[in-house]
Design a protein around this ligand. Structure first.
Ligand SMILES: [Fe+2]
Ligand SMILES: [Fe+2]
Length: 375
């Protein structure tokens, strides 16, 4: 006799199938339906904080000085999407970030995506990412990460999103996006397949791959791109890996960082915003103020040695809550080009690293500590 009650597994698989079918050809209405269903499922399984999907409130953050804020943009980063049959949790993470940002009021001037949209550079991973990101209401700017690039050396990503290196001006600020994950060819001599190359780059630095660089060609481009700007021009640069050397064994590192810094350092104020490190990270070297972005997929632990002094470390995430330590955020750009960097944690109070904090070398507007205990 056939049971009329579906097993919980069958029900789960059916919901999952509906969820992914809903992702195809999404217009705004079906996006809302699908993401509401996804969040409903996450809420009933206890994965969501009750404040999810509410507009971010940073009123309680230290050092807010709204009167000098010229405009805002939002960021999403490091979603690491797998093919849908492998993992749907990260897909739900990206949906949640898009929904967060679409709920911001007022809307940001644009949304910046910080790289590592895909996990293994697969066309299907990038496709599902693009499907979701097309629902972002504000204009979207894209940056490439190593997980997007090393399966086909950027072919699919560039077909979908264009050149990885570009610049533009917005309300008096000069913005630059770099591809900071350029590696020397280590694969040919080892006769690697595209997937072997991808898996090597996706792993820790085992001495097989070469380090991330911006590379001579892009450094030359950057010099020329900035040539027309005087030293007091406000400059904001996006890079996937941090443009300084943090911890080589984990590839928290850009090998020609000093050469790039030398190009930027003539400016009185430069902000570099990077992905890749999946954590609250703040640094300043000379005139360059660095801010990391949160991931929508998972938080990395902090590098075990030599943390930048200005970094207020977020607590170690709750291992039983896969969303803890993940999130998205906003950047408030001041008239002088320096920024308040807002970390919108999904499971904690938001944290703002204010302009005045990095401007005063950490003496003023010290960010509030994260509000959860460490695990
Ligand atoms: Fe990443
Ligand atoms: Fe990365």
């Amino acid at each position: 006799m056939k049971s009329r009650i579906k097993s919980i597994e069958t029900k789960y698989m059916q919901q999952r199938r509906d969820f992914f079918n809903g992702l195809k050809n999404m217009d705004r209405r079906s996006f809302l339906k699908v993401s509401a269903a996804a969040m409903g499922a996450a809420a009933t399984s206890g994965l969501l904080a009750p404040n999810s999907f509410c507009p971010v409130s940073v009123a309680q953050a230290a050092g807010s000085s709204d009167s000098n804020v010229s405009f805002r943009f939002a960021y999403i980063s490091d979603s690491h999407l797998y093919e849908k049959k492998v993992n749907d949790r990260f897909v739900r993470g990206l949906l949640r970030a898009v929904e967060d940002i679409n709920n911001l009021d007022p809307q940001p001037d644009f949304v910046f995506y910080g790289g590592d949209l895909a996990q293994l550079g697969q066309a299907k991973e990038l496709d599902i990412g693009a499907q979701i990101l097309k629902n972002v209401k504000a204009p979207l700017k894209m940056m490439v990460g190593e997980h997007d690039w090393y399966f086909d050396l950027g072919q699919k990503w560039q077909e979908m999103f264009g050149q990885p290196t570009y610049s533009w001006n917005h309300k008096g600020i000069h913005f630059v996006t770099l591809n900071s994950v350029v590696e020397r060819d280590f694969w040919t001599k080892h006769g690697m397949t595209p997937m072997q190359r991808m898996m090597t780059v996706a792993g820790l630095d085992n001495g097989m791959q070469s380090s991330f660089t911006v590379g001579a060609q892009q450094r030359q481009w950057l010099k020329e791109d900035l040539a027309g700007y005087s030293n007091d021009a406000p400059i904001i640069v996006f890079s996937h890996s941090p443009l300084y050397k943090l911890y080589k064994k984990w590839n928290f590192w850009t090998d020609d960082a000093e050469d790039v810094q030398a190009i930027l350092n003539r400016f009185e104020r430069v902000v570099v915003i990077h992905g890749h490190t999946h954590q609250l990270l703040t640094n300043r070297i000379g005139n360059i103020h660095f801010h990391g972005m949160l991931s929508t997929a998972w938080p990395w632990p902090y590098a075990p040695e030599g943390m930048p002094e200005l970094t207020i470390e977020m607590n170690r995430p709750d291992p039983f809550n896969p969303n803890d330590g993940c999130g998205d955020g906003e950047v408030h750009v001041h008239t002088d080009g320096l920024v308040d960097k807002i970390y919108n944690f999904w499971n904690r109070k938001p944290i703002m690293v204010a302009r005045d904090y990095t401007a005063s070398w950490g003496k003023q507007s010290i960010p509030l500590k994260p509000n959860l205990a460490s695990y």
